[in-house]
Design a protein around this ligand. Structure first.
Ligand SMILES: N[C@@H](CCC(=O)N[C@@H](CS)C(=O)NCC(=O)O)C(=O)O
Length: 206
């Protein structure tokens, strides 16, 4: 196994959390290097695309969260070997990435502008993405996206749905997921309940 260092911000969510979880679930040894926000301005130019996460693999750096998720997913046995199943995983991860970027444009807005932008998203592309991801979960059998087992697609979707259902997700209707994507809501609980994931977050809360 190569020597792995995951560089990401010091919080349990978004783009870097998927690889963290995948490695914890599979028991892949890695250094979880958590970058304090205040250090980011001086470190930004050291990252290939001026963003995190990055993964150091035996001293070489790769960037882009889904690239990292695929690589780590292969090491962790959480990425399909079959090309078609792998494409289905990639589709879910890239869709979540797209909608994360769209929601990201609202983060710097304030007050009424943020409220309006988020309400428009909730009635527009956000709703569409929820419905399409719901359909893909259903196609996979309703519990997992592919191969009737946990893959990095499940982790990527789980992290996103969790953020959407968080009380911190301002101006998105609280019942947005439950009402429009009930399978995704249950999927969140299913992933949360995986013993290694539950144990990981229990340890993080201590
Ligand atoms: N396409 C990139 C986007 C990375 C990205 O925007 N990362 C955010 C954190 S989730 C970041 O580094 N923000 C700080 C900045 O842009 O200065 C990926 O998937 O890794």
């Amino acid at each position: 196994m190569p020597k792995l260092i995951l560089n990401y911000f010091d919080f349990d969510g978004s783009r870097g959390e998927v690889a963290r979880l995948a490695m914890h679930v599979a028991g892949v040894a890695f250094e979880d290097r958590r970058i304090p926000r205040k250090e980011w301005p001086t470190l930004r130019d050291t990252a290939p695309f001026q963003s995190l996460p990055t993964l150091e693999v035996d001293g070489q750096v790769i960037a882009q969260s889904n690239t990292i998720n695929r690589y780590v997913g292969k090491l962790a046995g959480l990425y399909p070997k079959d090309d078609w199943q792998a494409a289905l995983v990639d589709e879910v991860m890239d869709a979540v990435e797209d909608i994360t970027t769209r929601i990201g444009t609202t983060f710097t807005l304030e007050g009424d502008a943020k409220k309006k932008a988020r309400e428009a998203l909730a009635e527009g592309s956000l709703l569409r993405f929820l419905q399409q991801l719901e359909a893909r979960l259903k196609r996979g059998g309703g519990e997992w996206f592919v191969e009737n087992r946990l893959t990095v697609a499940d982790l990527k979707c789980y992290i996103w749905i969790r953020s959407l259902k968080s009380p911190k997700a301002e101006y998105f209707p609280a019942d947005l997921v439950d009402k429009n994507a009930p399978l995704l809501a249950r999927h969140l609980e299913r992933v949360d309940g995986q013993p290694k994931i539950a144990a990981y977050y229990a340890a993080r809360r201590k």
